[in-house]
Design a protein around this ligand. Structure first.
Ligand code: ZN
Length: 132
């Protein structure tokens, strides 16, 4: 499930739908579609890696069908994860977590918050976790 509560099922491409305009996604001038950013650095700068998801998964996605590039990054009609990493404080996942991720792309990796988010974002995330 993504931070927007969208469930991605193994072996099934995600098909974007516009919930606002009811048109085929992605549409110019709208924000619908499967969003992706080619640069991890841009994601870090925008704070998108800091969504308070538990667990946090960082991944690459294959996009196809109609694909639009605009101020929102890339937005696509269809997508499927091509690589996934589970972000854990010590890069030691709980048993079964990597198996669950591997159902999507064959093999899943691990990353520390600093590796995935950058040092500053990882520090902020750690502070937020301590504040809960
Ligand atoms: Zn739309």
């Amino acid at each position: 499930m993504t931070h927007r509560h969208i469930v991605w099922r193994p072996d099934e491409p995600q098909v974007a739908r516009c919930l606002i305009g009811g048109h085929r996604a992605p549409a110019p001038g709208c924000a619908c579609g499967i969003h992706a950013e080619p640069s991890l650095e841009v994601l870090r700068e925008q704070g998108l890696c800091m969504a308070p998801a538990e667990p946090l998964v960082l991944g690459q996605v294959a996009l196809w069908g109609a694909v639009v590039k605009d101020d929102h990054g890339l937005r696509a009609e269809l997508g499927y994860p091509s690589a996934l990493s589970l972000v854990t404080a010590d890069a030691r996942p709980e048993p079964g977590d990597l198996v669950a991720l591997a159902r999507y792309c064959g093999e899943a990796g691990t990353a520390t918050p600093a590796e995935a988010l950058g040092d500053i974002a990882a520090s902020i995330l750690a502070f937020q976790a301590m504040s809960r």
